[in-house]
Design a protein around this ligand. Structure first.
Ligand SMILES: Nc1ncnc2c1ncn2[C@@H]1O[C@H](COP(=O)(O)OP(=O)(O)O)[C@@H](O)[C@H]1O
Ligand SMILES: [Mg+2]
Length: 305
């Protein structure tokens, strides 16, 4: 947890100014939630289906009858075999695609409106950093696009660099960083506008096991600090359990919700000690049983480690 020692105090707010000179206070905590969400759930998915039509006219039912509610501040892991529709569901929530049937809201708004209002941040498996921009400039990109002043951008990126433990790397370029550090930059960028929701699709999938466990602990810490809700896709059962309040287990195509496992690791912050906890092992076993119950021959594409 060394990388997080310089963390930003929970109640600290960043004073930011947009180009019209208005001052906006954007706390790093969930305080903004009560202002912008009206207390509604982060994500509500009702009876959602998604059918793709391929170029040759064949149809693929990627999702069927998906019902899922993610409360404000809740961490939900999505796990299931390759091709069961996890990324499709994320893309629907992020308004990168639209459902064929059913309804989906983000903080009580349509997915499109939530996207326009920048209600969520996104971090996917590839860090997706711009190689010609420094770490700081990558983190500031969303703020630049949305017209924040230079002073506001600088203040916010400094805060976020400390939060993800990269205070000394602001002026480095992405190719000068390890994979884990690049992923931390991507997470910092996703937090730039203090979203109340983070959508993360296998963000640690390309990292080695040691780095990955370290990043999990850091993410748990960041979530405790920011109080953002998270929808987190992973192939790793222990990763799903370590991070989540609930693990949603999906079945192979057509993707459906097979089971929802409540993880009872207590209200305290997730630290590495919990990986030895009996309740951790119990939840890992429960998720594994649900996954294997979906496939007579075992589940491909899901890691037990
Ligand atoms: N744009 C698309 N056109 C056709 N089929 C797609 C498209 N996107 C995804 N699919 C299909 O939908 C299913 C679910 O895909 P995906 O959501 O990527 O699964 P996962 O992320 O769980 O591995 C797969 O069978 C995939 O081939
Ligand atoms: Mg996927």
């Amino acid at each position: 947890m060394t990388a997080i020692e310089n963390r930003v105090p929970a109640a600290q707010a960043s004073d930011t100014r947009n180009q019209t000179g208005e001052t906006m206070t954007q706390p790093l905590t969930g305080e903004r939630e009560s202002q912008s969400t009206g207390g509604s759930d982060a994500v509500v998915v009702r009876d959602v289906g998604k059918i793709f039509t391929t170029k040759k006219g064949a149809t693929v039912t990627a999702l069927e009858n998906i019902d899922l509610t993610v409360a404000a501040g809740e961490f939900v892991s999505l796990i299931g075999p390759s091709g069961c529709g996890k990324s499709t569901l994320m893309r629907l929530i992020a308004d990168l695609d639209t459902p064929t049937s059913g309804t989906l809201t983000v903080f009580g708004k349509t997915a499109k409106q939530a996207r326009l209002d920048q209600e969520y941040g996104i971090a996917f498996q590839q860090a997706g950093l711009l190689p010609w921009r420094t770490v700081r400039a990558n983190i500031e990109l969303p703020l630049e696009l949305h017209g924040f002043s230079k002073a506001a951008r600088t203040a916010r990126s400094r805060e976020l660099l400390l939060l993800v433990g990269l205070g000394d790397f602001a002026d480095n370029y992405p190719d000068q960083l390890s994979g884990g550090m690049q992923q931390r930059v991507a997470i910092a960028r996703s937090l730039a506008e203090s979203p109340n929701l983070l959508l993360m699709d296998e963000p640690f999938g390309a990292l080695d096991e040691m780095t990955r466990e370290h990043m999990q602990a850091e993410l748990a810490h960041i979530c405790a600090e920011t109080q953002a809700a998270v929808v987190f896709v992973t192939h790793s059962i222990p990763e799903a359990v370590f991070l989540a309040d609930r693990v949603v287990v999906m079945s192979p195509r057509p993707g459906r919700i097979q089971a929802v496992v409540d993880v009872k690791l207590g209200a305290g912050e997730r630290t590495d000690d919990l990986r030895e906890d009996d309740q951790f092992f119990a939840s890992v076993s429960e998720v594994r049983e649900h996954l294997h119950g979906t496939h007579a021959t075992g589940v491909r594409g899901v890691e037990n480690r």
